[in-house]
Design a protein around this ligand. Structure first.
Ligand code: SF4
Length: 371
């Protein structure tokens, strides 16, 4: 633990530490904030900067990868240092905030790149800055005419919710539209204080999203994530991304197989409102960008029909726009005595119930929770 803490900084707010119920890694809050000897494991495929942010830095502190968006790193300080952080190379290593000269340089760059409409202010955690210091940054970005949207990425409402005070929300109101992306990973983090912080931001007209990182032993559990996403929606926070853990040095013990995330997405569909279901993404190494990963709902395709399956596993034949058979399609071969997916792709309609009958109702109920 001492070696891990020496390599990657540690800080925990008294509030967040108070959520720990058990002083070992069986406790999700403990796992996310207390150094773990496994952070020193060094498989060769892990990197300090797996997303290649340094390479995409247009000017110091401003990452420009996607044409219409830029990421402004406003500070390297956080209220608590997450053991699973993607920017372990920077967060807490030195305590700095963006200097006025660097901010001016970043703003100059934004001004001569009118294709950038969306600026994400991140770090570190921008809400660790004093309200006036943060306002100076937001005002400077807002003064660039081509910037439409400002987004702030923060975990402060999770680890220090009392920071979301009236002065901060009043200031954010002045620069709308300012979107705030939160970082809740576990229902245990959604305390009354954290919920009140979300409500204060939402009441100020700040649209709220949430980015959850899938962490082994913390939240790689479908019903647990369903509870988290449902409760977030209740306090007006829209689950936005479920991130596969990045290939960053120091987090190997948190990584899950991709199949785990797909299995979780499979579980959520049909059980939760679409509003509560985030997009599961892999942030591709070396700046490859975010890749959405979905369970496969397409079973087969033909020029006339696409065979889909729904969340319960029932097959549906979806007719494509009509056009004359070209002699090559299965439909052109005419219906045959075949059944199953080929018949569906031929346009011989098989109602979903017929497929479902392949499984006794009691089996379906047990499998899906639905009749
Ligand atoms: S708050 Fe964000 S930047 Fe800071 S340590 Fe946690 S994940 Fe990293």
């Amino acid at each position: 633990m001492a070696e891990a803490a020496g390599r990657f900084p540690m800080a925990v707010t008294p509030y967040y530490a108070s959520l720990i119920r058990c002083l070992d890694t069986s406790d999700p809050v403990f796992s996310m904030c207390i150094p773990d000897g496994r952070e020193t494991a060094d498989p060769p495929f892990l990197e300090d900067d797996p997303l290649g942010e340094e390479a995409d830095m247009a000017v110091p502190g401003l990452v420009h990868r996607y044409r219409d968006r830029a990421l402004l790193l406003a500070t390297t300080t956080c209220a608590a240092y997450c053991r699973h952080c993607t920017r372990k190379r920077a967060a807490g290593q030195t305590e700095t905030r963006i200097a006025p000269a660097r901010l001016a340089q970043a703003v100059d760059y934004l001004s001569v790149h009118p294709e950038i409409h969306d600026v994400i202010i991140s770090g570190g955690d921008p809400f660790t800055l004093g309200t006036h210091a943060l306002e100076r940054i937001i005002r400077a970005v807002r003064n660039v005419p081509s910037v439409d949207i400002i987004r702030i990425g923060t975990r402060t409402p999770v680890v220090l919710p009392m920071r979301i005070d009236d002065g901060l929300v009043r200031m954010l109101r002045r620069y709308r539209p300012v979107y705030v992306n939160l970082h809740f990973n576990h229902p245990a983090e959604l305390t009354p204080a954290a919920e009140a912080a979300c409500e204060r931001l939402a009441d100020a007209g700040v649209p709220l999203g949430n980015q959850t990182v899938l962490l082994r032993g913390v939240n790689d559990n479908a019903p647990l994530l369903a509870e988290l996403f449902r409760r977030l929606l209740r306090v007006r926070v829209r689950p936005y991304y479920l991130f596969q853990c990045d290939l960053v040095r120091g987090v190997e013990h948190f990584r899950t197989p991709l199949a785990r995330g797909i299995e979780i997405m499979e579980y959520l569909r049909g059980r939760l409102s679409g509003l509560a279901i985030p997009t599961f993404v892999v942030d591709a190494p070396h700046g490859g960008g975010k890749i959405p990963i979905l369970p496969n709902y397409i079973v087969s395709t033909s020029p006339t029909h696409t065979v889909l399956r729904n969340f319960a596993g029932d097959l549906v034949s979806y007719p494509e726009p009509y056009r004359e058979p070209d002699g090559l399609s299965p439909a052109a071969a005419g219906p045959r005595a075949a059944d199953g997916v080929w018949a569906l792709a031929c346009g011989v309609r098989v109602p979903a119930e017929t497929c479902a009958l392949a499984h006794p109702a009691s089996f379906r109920r047990a499998r899906t929770g639905y009749t």
